[in-house]
Ligand binder design. Sequence first.
Ligand SMILES: [Zn+2]
Length: 497
Amino acid sequence: MKHLIESKLKIYQTKRKANLKSLNAFDHALYIIPKEYDDSVLSKIPQGLKLKKLLKNSQNKASSRLNNDNFTGLTLSIFDKKNSFENLTWARKTLTHIISENPNSVAIIISGIPKKEIVTILESLVAATEALIFKPPKYQLKDKKVKKIYKFKFFQIPTKVDLSLVRAQAIGNNIARWFTIQPPNKLDAKIYRSEIKKLVKPFNIKYQFFDEVTLKKMNAGAFLAVSQGNKDRNAGIVKLSYRPNKNTKPELALIGKGIIFDTGGTNLKPFSSMLNMHMDMEGSAVALGSLISLAILKVPFPIDTWLAITENRISSTAYKAQDIIKAHNGKTIQTIHTDAEGRMVLADALSIASKEKPKLIIDYATLTGSCVAALTEKYSGVFTNRSKANNLMLEAGIRSGERVWPFPMDDDLEEPIKSEIADLKQCAISEYGDHIHAAKFLSHFVPKNIPWIHIDLSAGKNKGGLAHIPTDATGFGVKLTVELFKSKKITSVLKDL
Ligand SMILES: [Zn+2]
């Protein structure tokens, strides 16, 4: 799994000015200037003044070649600082064409931009480059597996910019996208497990697997209700323990929905709804990617990650509507719709994780279509048992460029999932507000004294990518999570809850 944790991007930063001759060594030069520029800005970049005409005919971007021995390719881009989401989108738009030409080396020259904004430019460009050069899994006859290194050199940088956070986020995001894009027969439960095991090894993260037999002994009936329809017995819950010190108790628990293929089960999905259901494990991939990012950054607090991995199949042994299921925490569930399997496996994962009394639980799941209906595929939904966490998440979303929006969790919203025969209905009969009902359902499996944040990943897939991400699978959630813990203290998050 080395290819997932080793970046193919080499970055150099220098105070030096570039000149026409030094640019001979590069395949491409990228000039970045502010929206309000004058001759003094252009005169500081090689052949800058010659670009004036070019700029007049275009809006924010222009392409040409330098008149040097190498005829170095040239892109000129105007940077107009906005919010993180828009800065990242700008970075991708600026770089897509450059990367598509497969350059070995790119020189980036920033002129006329204040020091503070230079940091933003570097962070955005590096995030976008890492996302663009990442090769998603492909199964083609002519797939060339070249081990290519891209060299990016930034000129005229007054103070070296620390890019460790951005780079750790990129690795975590690439991991999340890699697994999410994998076709379902290339990533069955067994393969997924073994790849996770290999992936976490270099980080000294302990790997444990709770198989169906173990989960039965633990009374994890909600998880097993879903996995009982599988042909093989490979489903289960993966536990990953990151322990930077000797402490054994987890402070943070990350939980992910890992439905490696969702047919809908007995309540079978129609063609178009089932087409991309190999991606229904993205929550688990995001939890995993977030853990790796935080391990790369060496955060000093212990983390447990729980990945609930199974298929949701139609079969003679699959669970059905009106089945009564007993979950790990003893609560009984009246099954309503077998396609609401995500909340079933999460219920037990949340309950099992809670036993270890973490100080904070975050779960990630491509959970409901109604969250997409409410927010589109550009935002993800946030639900919590601590209303103060809504602001925390909203702000982290703005800063990271992975935007989230909070939903209400009032008690009366729970009425549609009250059951006459069991403790809870799995979901409401009507589809209205299913994302809220799902969150209310999950809240029954987290003790009230543990702060809990549930992220419904409606932005886990967006046609054509999102912000700096070029693929439909966005890996949404890793950058947001790292943003939350970038101070490397869990207390900085907890004090606000
Ligand atoms: Zn489903």
